[in-house]
Design a protein around this ligand. Structure first.
Ligand SMILES: Cc1ncc(COP(=O)(O)O)c(C=O)c1O
Length: 332
């Protein structure tokens, strides 16, 4: 075997220079990062790094959340911060700052990013301090925030609909499904499997044949007799978007477009009989499923309730002042 060139040992200056060179084309969509390790915000993507000895990196001892930035407003930020704090408690990660300070840092990082639309993702981690397992060795928990533009879903998801498959990826046990931890391996694999099978996404089903959720979104159903149904939240992530949509959908009940809203277990067999299936989450908003395991749902076209709820989502991010936090952009 021929020996390739030796692995270089870099000086600090060389390594920093090379770090600059690692900035790839997609990093133009990363606008600002806060790191409690640095104690401040950076806007150079080359500096948007996390130490390898952070237990979130090498042990997955971290939790995260994502909120939407729309029209210069953070949508449902308080609910997303509350869920982050709940996840941190469940994962036994002490807060490095009180929740109010975490909130302030998120808002100030969004302001430093200068963008009016995008995503805000933030992590609480057991923190750096060694390569062991237990977090007792960590020097203190860490907080990171990034402001970025996510890759948009294809427009056809909304106009033509989404195709899903029943995933064969093992579902997370209820405790781990309820913590929004950095262990998203099953969530990643559900999408990879779906793409391999010629679909767009997958649905997790539990061992009793009950519907759980999708990769990073919840799954709701509209029955033929116009009942909006959703599984209970004891074994899946409590989605902030679906919680809001279940609340807003009451208007559709008042107008007679829906008969009832019901949160209770849904079997796969019941789900397949639905008139509409909806994927709901911060990234997807509300999108119609038109095909499940290669069979049409309803008439195989996007349905009216998916459309109505998506309109309500857009209206909410424009007008629901109690759900919006203004970003104080410099010079605004
Ligand atoms: C597994 C999972 N389920 C559901 C959701 C939807 O939650 P939300 O509406 O808060 O984005 C997400 C996204 O965070 C998720 O990752």
């Amino acid at each position: 075997m021929t020996k390739s060139a030796p692995t270089p040992i870099l000086s600090t200056d060389e390594a920093i220079r090379k770090l600059r060179g690692t900035v790839h084309a997609k990093a133009k969509n990363f606008y600002a990062m806060y790191s409690s390790i640095l104690g401040g915000i950076v806007t150079d993507p080359a500096l948007m790094v996390v130490p390898l000895d952070d237990h979130m990196v090498h042990r997955g001892h971290g939790v995260f959340d994502t909120a939407t930035l729309a029209n210069g407003m953070l949508y449902q930020l308080d609910q997303h911060i509350e869920r982050l704090v709940r996840s941190a408690e469940m994962a036994r990660i002490p807060l490095p700052f009180p929740p109010q300070k975490l909130r302030q840092i998120v808002i100030e990082t969004a302001a430093a990013g200068g963008r009016r639309d995008g995503s805000v993702r933030y992590w609480l981690s057991a923190g750096p301090g060694g390569f062991g397992l237990g977090s007792a060795e960590c020097v203190g928990s860490a907080f990171y925030v990034v402001i970025f533009s996510p890759e948009a879903y294809p427009a056809s998801y909304y106009t033509e609909g989404i195709r899903v498959v029943t995933s064969t990826v093992p579902i997370k046990p209820p405790f781990f499904a309820r913590v929004k931890s950095t262990n998203y391996l099953p969530n990643v694999m559900v999408v990879l499997e779906a793409k391999d099978r010629g679909a767009d996404n997958g649905i997790f089903v539990d061992e009793r044949g009950m519907i759980a959720e999708s990769s990073n979104m919840n799954v709701a159903f509209v029955t033929k007799d116009r009942v909006l149904r959703h599984p209970p939240f004891d074994a899946i992530l409590s989605g902030i978007t679906i919680q809001r949509m279940l609340q807003l959908a009451r208007r559709l009940v008042e107008r007679g477009e829906l008969r009832e809203i019901r949160v209770a277990e849904i079997s796969v067999a019941e789900g397949r009989e639905a008139q509409e299936i909806l994927l709901v989450g911060s990234s997807i908003k509300v999108a119609p499923v038109v095909e499940w395991d290669a069979k049409p749902i309803g008439d195989g076209r996007p349905g009216p309730i998916a459309k109505r709820l998506l309109e309500m989502w857009y209206e909410d991010v424009q007008k629901a002042t109690d759900q919006l936090v203004a970003v104080p952009y410099p010079g605004a």
